[in-house]
Ligand binder design. Structure first.
Ligand SMILES: Cc1ncc(COP(=O)(O)O)c(C=O)c1O
Length: 386
């Protein structure tokens, strides 16, 4: 029989680096500081709520397509409580999605037409570029500045063309932890004034901010809020990345487009999980406590790392720490160094070049510090030997 021919839509894309490193970590018994997921459980109240709803009658069939009304109502209240302004309308402005991942994909599928350009800043979460391309869109990559990873707004401006449909931003930022300021949002608003360009603001690390600095949301800037899809992730906020529940807040016209895709992509999100999240969402302490919870981990990790020969970059937000390793391996590329750490030293990390479409190597690796204190201690004990 003739060999079956499949023409790949993403011929240059392999298995994501996170899966590769996690697999390598498992094979070599390495401590996994690579993939961004906690090694501790969600809050007990949330686990109890899920168990309750899993046992309840009537919570096991399809949820309404945009999300449970009760959960959307609570998301609306939370959004207004955290970011001020009018609460978004649960009926027309909030959609519960299968993680922020589905929301990202659905937004791109909803608004990017073949040949449209999408401006995105790099390094970037690895889904962005391929998901744009799958819609027939053209990613236009703008590098963040070394080493504070702030946007250069002149470069962003230069990246715009009459075909620009969307700008994608992520704050607090994966992998660098950098955060957009009020001034950044203002500069973006000035650039977009009078255009039809939309904004996708990926804010999944909204509650992981340190040193008293507050996260600024696109929602807090009225000129941007009217053209923005703002994404959140319950997976990040409740240490439940495996539950894959997130949501998108956007004005009615944008939400209507998002839902056109969402209804055919997943239709709706796991019903008992939505009930459980709704039970705990009003408990504001659970998310108000996150900055202190993660700042403790960041500070502990940074302090422990002082006894190693890694050089740490600032880590203002999210749960990632970037580091230089040149004192240990002056001329090694970041991918081989990350593999060496994983397979020989027993600590899995991610090379930052994996967050650039062209594999650009700045000699940086990313650690995830969303781990139990003892995990961090055990990992650094291995790194100290170097
Ligand atoms: C920047 C960014 N956006 C989106 C996601 C995906 O979020 P979720 O797990 O809710 O799909 C991640 C997960 O690592 C992320 O780092």
């Amino acid at each position: 029989m003739d060999q079956l021919q499949v023409t790949s839509k993403l011929p240059d894309v392999g298995t994501s680096i996170f899966s590769v490193m996690t697999q390598l970590a498992a094979e070599h018994g390495a401590i996994n500081l690579a993939q961004g997921f906690p090694d501790y459980n969600p809050p007990q109240v949330l686990l109890d709520a899920l168990a309750r709803h899993a046992r309840a009658d009537g919570h096991h069939q399809y949820a309404p397509m945009p999300g449970l009304p009760r959960l959307r109502e609570l998301i609306s209240q939370k959004t207004a409580a955290v970011y001020g302004g009018a609460p978004p309308d649960p009926a027309t402005e909030i959609t519960v999605t299968s993680g922020a991942t589905e929301a990202l994909y659905a937004v791109l599928a909803a608004v990017v037409h073949p040949g449209d350009e999408v401006v995105m800043l790099e390094p970037a979460y690895d889904l962005y570029g391929p998901a744009i391309r799958l819609q027939g869109g053209i990613p236009v990559y703008v590098p963040l500045q070394l080493t504070d990873f702030r946007p250069d707004w002149d470069q962003v401006k230069a990246a715009f063309s009459p075909r620009t449909r969307l700008v994608m931003l992520n704050t607090p930022h994966n992998p660098t932890g950098a955060m957009l300021t009020e001034d950044d949002w203002q500069q973006l608003a000035d650039l977009l004034e009078g255009t039809n360009i939309l904004v996708l603001s990926d804010e999944v690390y909204e509650h992981m901010v340190f040193d008293g600095v507050r996260h600024r949301s696109a929602r807090q800037h009225p000129a941007l809020a009217r053209r923005s899809f703002v994404l959140s992730s319950f997976g990040k906020t409740y240490h439940a990345t495996g539950w894959k529940v997130g949501y998108c807040v956007a004005p009615p016209a944008l939400t209507a487009e998002l839902r056109r895709v969402h209804q055919f992509l997943t239709f709706s999100v796991s019903t008992p999980t939505q009930h459980a999240l709704a039970d705990v969402l009003a408990e504001a302490d659970l998310y108000h406590g996150l900055p202190a919870f993660y700042q403790h981990k960041r500070d502990l990790f940074r302090e422990l790392m002082q006894e190693t020969r890694f050089e740490l970059l600032p880590a203002p937000g999210a749960y990632f720490q970037l580091a230089r390793y040149q004192k240990l391996a002056p001329s090694q590329d970041d991918v081989s160094f990350a593999r060496y750490l994983t397979t020989e030293v027993g600590v899995a990390v991610v090379p930052v070049s994996a967050f650039y479409h062209d594999g650009r190597d700045h000699g940086l690796i990313r650690f995830c510090f969303a781990k139990q204190d003892d995990t961090l201690r055990a990992a650094v004990a291995r790194l100290r030997e170097l």
